[in-house]
Write a protein that binds this ligand. Sequence first.
Ligand code: AMP
Ligand code: MG
Length: 280
Amino acid sequence: MDYFEQFRVKPDSKVKLEKIDAGFKNTHISAKSARKETEEQVEKMRELQYLMYAEGKRSLLICLQGRDAAGKDGTINHVLWAMNPQGCKVQGFKVPSAEEAAHDFLWRYHKSVPSKGQVTIFNRSHYEDVLVVRVHNLVPKSVWSKRYEQINNFEKMLTDNGTHILKFYLHIDADEQLERFKARIDDPTKHWKISDSDYSERPHWDEYTKAFENMLRKCSTDYAPWFVIPSNHKWFRNLAISHIINTSLESLKMKFPEPKVDINEIRSRYHEIVNRENGN
Ligand code: AMP
Ligand code: MG
């Protein structure tokens, strides 16, 4: 299966989340049957990230969005696990601080985009400003409705400057969210993850659906695509995302940089040292 094309939102296409099966798992029956394929993808991702770091010319920005308990943290564990920590960073976004709120809405995100050779994962992103902000009328419609175009322009500027962008919407259904809330209650090591907002946002499910669908429709572009990832099965989500990252990084045709030294000359100097130290 071509994961990239299968889950990509075509620019300007209408997405109906209700019609997308959040429990989709392709031909796999279980985590176990997908393990080998996932391991291969993770290994490939490791090699491609190393190449990006070595090349030092381009960067990758991954944006994660989804409802509460959709699996943003789990995805980060999965993706980061594959990567060299020297070339990778995670940036989460909470309710804006006073300083952040005193600037234009993109300011805090722009400050955190990856530098050349680096991968940055946004745990929530500039899309919060057309999601939670829209659902709760934190600014008037006349303000948030202009943001889709502003976001597209921002992302175009980033991609024109060598930042590759991939955006993943982690799609879970309402039953799965409740199950995950229950798992959090039942497991004391997950209590810290429970927040009031999980429960206060749930009644706004349909308004969020509309906001997500609008975001997907208006902001999936050729240069910065959105992907809707079926995420009821965590292992399938991980598999799909690693496939997409790999397809996308491979298309960049990155190359190791030319050596900064003359390798033949260095080789003969190496042999000189070895000979001298061996007393020859
Ligand atoms: P979490 O990621 O679960 O730790 O929660 C972060 C909280 O910050 C969520 O409830 C988000 O909706 C909220 N948040 C993130 N960005 C914004 C924003 N731009 N405006 C208002 N709330 C935000
Ligand atoms: Mg949360």
